[in-house]
Design a protein around this ligand. Structure first.
Ligand SMILES: [Zn+2]
Length: 303
């Protein structure tokens, strides 16, 4: 019996050691994105993310308005964690934001947010717009409340939602990131965590305009690359300075500084990207209305 317990303890210890020191995927060499498919079959699927969004090859749509709940509420306590792959923020205390409407069937509940970046400001985003990369990308991950839990939702094609925001470099510091960046300096080591008090709100942390976006069906951008994600990629970028982005590059990864953590774009294959832009559609409708009224008059003039 004693031997048995010792063996179980040894196994638990080994699992802990593996989890702590061994990363099962990375962004370079043998662990890099081109190798993920060997271990995770879904990573070579046909509906993978990220993608390069070609704005000339999108279907214009006017979807129902997205409804954001608790996005404007301050969060009393949030926790930052250096996972070795990224920085992840979870809510410890405060209302849990939810979202519905737009392309979504049902309500999706916030789980966490995390980032992707590059080793310089010319690249780092995962999704691209018209072949352009951005220095940083924020992913806010939600799961479909209908399934009751993140784990159960991961088994369904409409299980997850990612709100994705791109960043542009600015000369003016973005003050809404001051608190978050003070936390980054506390989680340089892998697996370290730090609690932040009085996080402003998800609204302040993202773009003000949220009615102009692209949406498509895709996957997680890290193993196991499950094809269960509805993506909403916002058109407006979040301004941030070079110095502010540098804070992300100071985090430790499994092989020194985590200088980059983005997966290259994947083929679109048979998917259609939809673009919701009520503003553009309103302009088109106005133009159409104007033409309908004025065209007979103009034609009469020509005759
Ligand atoms: Zn991500």
């Amino acid at each position: 019996m004693v031997k048995c317990i010792n063996f179980v303890q040894f196994l638990v210890f080994m699992v802990f050691i593996y989890g702590y020191f061994c990363q099962d995927f990375g962004y370079d060499g043998d662990e890099g994105p081109s190798e993920w498919g060997k271990r995770y079959k879904q990573c070579v699927g046909k509906h993978q993310s990220p993608i390069d969004i070609d704005i000339h090859n999108v279907q214009m749509v006017n979807l129902p308005k997205l409804r954001f709940d608790f996005f404007n509420k301050p969060l009393r306590n949030v926790r930052l964690t250096n996972t070795g792959h990224t920085v992840k923020m979870t809510i410890e205390e405060g209302p849990t934001p939810t979202i519905n409407g737009g392309p979504l069937n049902g309500t999706y509940e916030f789980n966490h947010l995390h980032f992707h970046w590059g080793n310089n400001d010319t690249h780092g985003s995962e999704n691209m717009l018209n072949h352009n990369s951005f220095p940083l990308e924020l992913h806010v991950l939600f799961y479909n409340k209908y399934y009751g839990s993140l784990d159960e939702a991961s088994k369904h094609t409409d299980g997850y939602l990612v709100l994705s925001f791109l960043y542009s470099t600015s000369t003016r510091s973005n003050k809404h990131y001051d608190l978050f960046e003070s936390g980054l300096s506390k989680i340089v080591k892998i697996n370290s965590t730090y609690k932040l008090n009085n996080f402003e709100s998800l609204d302040k942390f993202t773009t003000a305009r949220k009615d102009s976006y692209f949406t498509y069906e895709g996957s997680l951008t890290t193993p196991p690359c499950s094809e269960i994600v509805t993506w909403i990629e916002f058109r407006d970028t979040i301004p941030i300075t070079h110095e502010q982005i540098e804070h992300f590059r100071q985090l430790n990864g499994p092989h020194g500084k985590l200088t980059h953590n983005y997966r290259p774009t994947q083929n679109l294959n048979d998917r259609i990207i939809r673009m919701n832009s009520s503003a553009t559609l309103k302009t088109s409708s106005l133009l159409l209305g104007w033409l309908t009224i004025c065209l007979p008059f103009l034609l009469n003039l020509i005759r």
